[in-house]
Each structure stands twice: as C-alpha cells, then as structure tokens.
Ligand binder design. Structure first.
Ligand SMILES: CCCCCCCCCCCCCC(=O)SCCNC(=O)CCNC(=O)[C@H](O)C(C)(C)COP(=O)(O)OP(=O)(O)OC[C@H]1O[C@@H](n2cnc3c(N)ncnc32)[C@H](O)[C@@H]1OP(=O)(O)O
Ligand SMILES: Nc1ncnc2c1ncn2[C@@H]1O[C@H](COP(=O)(O)OP(=O)(O)OP(=O)(O)O)[C@@H](O)[C@H]1O
Ligand SMILES: O=C(O)CCC(=O)C(=O)O
Ligand SMILES: [Fe+2]
Ligand SMILES: [Mg+2]
Length: 321
C-alpha cells in the first residue's frame, strides 16, 4: 500500500544518496495515471476533481434511465427509491419530483454502466488497486428547498465510512459525477479538506427543525470555523474522495432537481469487520431494521450479508468482499 518515490533534490536536481528524500504516500497507489501534483493533492486534501471526465452522451443516458424509473416504466431489482422526508407522506404521483435519490442500481444495466466506465475505473484503480468492487451506488436528485423552506434537501456533514463495515479505509474511494452545472445555489458538495487524515467520528441525526431524511446521519462535533470548500462542478466533472473525508451538501435554492451519480468502490482485498461495540452500531441497527421489514425479522441477516449481496465486481478478481 505504501510506496516511496524519489524526489529530485530541489537545488541540485539530481538524486544522490545524500539528497534522497523519500516521500511516503499513504492514500494513493503507484501508477502512471495521476500526476505527482494530483497525487500530492489527494494525499493532502482527501479529494481530487477531474474535469470533464464523463461524456455528455453517457450523462444523458443516465438521465433518461432515471426518468424511466421515476415514471415506473422500469423497476430494477433491488433498487431503493427514496422520497424526501418533507413530502414522504404526501399524495403519490410517479414523477421525478417525488424522488430524492435512488440507491443500489447494481441490477440496472443503464445506470450501472457508470460504475464500469473505463475513464472512471482508470482513476479508481489509483486508490483501490486492480481488484475493484462497486459497493454502493446512488443517483441523487436533490429537490428544491425553496418551496417548503424546511431545508430538508441538505445533507449534513458526514464521513461515508460510517456506513461501511469493511476496511482498510484507504482502499475505498467514492466517485461522484455532476450531471449538470452544480454550485452553491443548487447545493454543491461541501468538503473539509484534510479531514481524511482523522478518525471516524460518531454520527447521529442532526437536530434540524424541518426534519431530516432517514439515515442522513451527521457528525455531532461540527467545528464552525473549520474551512469548508464548496466544489463548483460542470456536467461530467468527477470528484474522487476518501471515505473519511468530512463532506455534505447545502440546500438547493433553485427550482430544479440537482442531479449527481455516484459509486463507492473498494478493493476486493478489503475485509468485512464487525461493527458491534463501535460508533457504527447505530447505523447497523437501522439498516438491519429496514432489512427485517423487507425479509421478515425471523430471517436473520447481518450487515455483512447485505453488503456481499449487493456488491459487484467491476475489474480484476473478487477476492474477499
Ligand atoms: C442496506 C445497506 C444500506 C447502507 C446504507 C446506505 C449506505 C450509504 C453509503 C454512502 C453514504 C451515503 C450517505 C447517505 O446517503 S445516508 C442515506 C441513506 N439512506 C437510506 O439508505 C435510506 C433508504 N431509504 C429507505 O430505505 C426507504 O426509502 C425508507 C425506509 C426511508 C422509506 O421506505 P418506503 O419508501 O418504503 O416508504 P413508506 O412509504 O413505506 O414509508 C415508511 C415510513 O418511512 C417514512 N419515510 C419515507 N421516506 C422517508 C425519508 N426520506 N426520511 C424519513 N422517513 C421517511 C414514511 O413517512 C413512513 O413513516 P411512518 O408513516 O411509518 O411513520
Ligand atoms: N453551522 C452548521 N452546523 C451544522 N451543519 C452545518 C452548518 N453549516 C453548514 N452545515 C452543513 O454543511 C452543509 C453545507 O453547508 P453550506 O453552508 O454550504 O450550505 P447551506 O447552509 O445549506 O446553504 P448556504 O449556501 O445558504 O450556506 C449544510 O447543508 C449542512 O449540512
Ligand atoms: O448531496 C449529494 O449529492 C451527496 C450526498 C452524500 O454525501 C452522500 O449521499 O453520501
Ligand atoms: Fe456522503
Ligand atoms: Mg450555510
């Protein structure tokens, strides 16, 4: 996982034994895809934006398929369709306006293409190595908040590792692609650079007046003065980020539904862990509780089974996960 690169001496420009400064990389692997500058950026900040990575034609296909799902013209197996908490009890009408995100599209050929795009996997491999599993998939359709003023479209600051019962964290990466221009107005991603170097923090529901979406846990000891960086992205731009990086997204103040597609990838060489007795126990209980609703409480399923069942190999060999 760790490797050393010879950095030429800044003054002499040569590598001699006297001027040899080994550089340790912890969060990126040795290959020729990332420039040294990009590698250093990810090591330091825990995220990396690649401009214009996914072609418009692919994004259009994801959009078309999402609309078909919303209109109930297709019903992919295993898909979770989530409505915003502010409208979850309102009248049912199948339209994209009702859906805040879909998750687990591993059985939907059109959407899952995202997780197999060579241009995405090329970068993913820099973090996971050659055996790559798609662990969790989402298409987020952040609804406008302007109507209800409840700010329920916000995603509290969190670390994605809170949801994951596998390790090591450095071999996990999220790819998140903007499906349109995204800025602070429609609720872009917000990151706290460098927080991937810290540990996993306890997460719980934020105490928001307007309510909060199911399982949208956030970190509790939020430091107001910590520098937040708002990632303004164009259609097709993709950010890769570490699962310990603290991030969230702000309210959508526009009338449109802000769209992004994402996948969490992990090295197939990762291993599952037991989260009992850790800060992740609360999310495990919720996930297992929902699974019981679907499969019946008598059929005991644990978190590991749920993840193994949904995970898909996208490159290399399925070793552990
Ligand atoms: C399996 C492993 C999962 C891993 C976790 C994710 C990993 C993520 C990793 C990456 C990091 C990702 C970070 C992340 O993204 S974390 C967010 C991840 N969120 C989820 O995974 C939630 C997935 N959603 C669901 O499972 C369903 O949509 C739920 C269970 C929510 C509704 O189910 P269903 O659609 O069948 O609805 P229903 O009509 O039968 O209603 C049932 C009850 O639920 C109420 N309700 C409805 N909508 C919401 C809502 N939005 N907020 C709160 N409550 C809601 C509703 O009022 C009713 O309440 P009551 O009348 O009973 O009181
Ligand atoms: N003071 C805070 N306490 C807790 N969480 C916060 C705080 N400020 C921001 N956040 C979280 O970080 C996310 C991003 O913050 P940001 O300030 O960019 O968005 P916002 O407050 O929703 O919108 P705005 O662009 O109007 O500030 C928010 O959605 C929220 O989840
Ligand atoms: O708002 C988004 O698009 C991303 C939210 C997020 O971080 C997540 O679902 O894990
Ligand atoms: Fe997240
Ligand atoms: Mg704010």
């Amino acid at each position: 996982m760790r490797c050393y690169v010879n950095i030429p001496h800044p003054i002499s420009g040569t590598i001699s034994s006297a001027s040899f400064h080994p550089q340790q990389f912890q969060y990126t692997l040795d290959n020729n895809v990332l420039t040294l500058e990009q590698r250093k950026f990810y090591e330091e900040n825990g995220f990396l934006v690649i401009k214009n990575l996914v072609p418009d034609a692919d994004i259009q296909r994801f959009r078309n398929e999402f609309e078909k799902i919303c209109r109930k013209e297709v019903k992919p197996l295993g898909l979770t369709v989530m409505r915003d908490v502010a409208i979850s009890k309102s009248e049912y009408a199948p339209s994209e306006k009702m859906i805040t995100k879909v998750q687990d599209f591993q059985e939907d050929k059109e959407l899952f293409r995202y997780c197999t795009l060579p241009e995405i996997l090329k970068y993913v491999e820099c973090f996971t190595g050659p055996n790559i599993m798609a662990m969790h998939t989402m298409l987020i359709n952040k609804p406008p908040d302007s109507g209800n003023c409840k700010k329920t479209s916000r995603h509290p600051l969190h670390q994605d590792l809170h949801y994951f019962p596998f390790r090591p964290s450095d071999l996990i990466v999220c790819a998140w692609t903007a499906m349109e221009h995204i800025n602070r107005n429609n609720g872009c991603l917000v990151v706290l650079p460098g927080t991937h170097k810290g540990s996993l923090k306890p997460h719980d529901y934020p105490k928001w007046e307007g309510g909060v979406n199911k399982m949208f846990h956030g970190i509790q000891d939020y430091e107001e003065n910590k520098a937040r960086v708002h990632l303004v992205m164009e259609k097709g731009d993709t950010v890769f980020f570490h699962p310990l990086l603290i991030h969230g997204s702000g309210q959508n103040k526009t009338q449109g539904f802000r769209k992004a597609i994402s996948c969490h990838f992990a090295s197939a060489d990762c291993h599952y862990i037991d989260v009992k007795g850790t800060s992740q126990e609360n999310i495990e209980k919720e996930v297992v509780g929902i699974a019981h609703k679907f499969f019946g409480a008598e059929n005991s399923v644990d978190l590991k089974d749920i993840w193994m069942f949904r995970a898909r190999l996208v490159k290399g060999e399925r070793t552990n996960l």
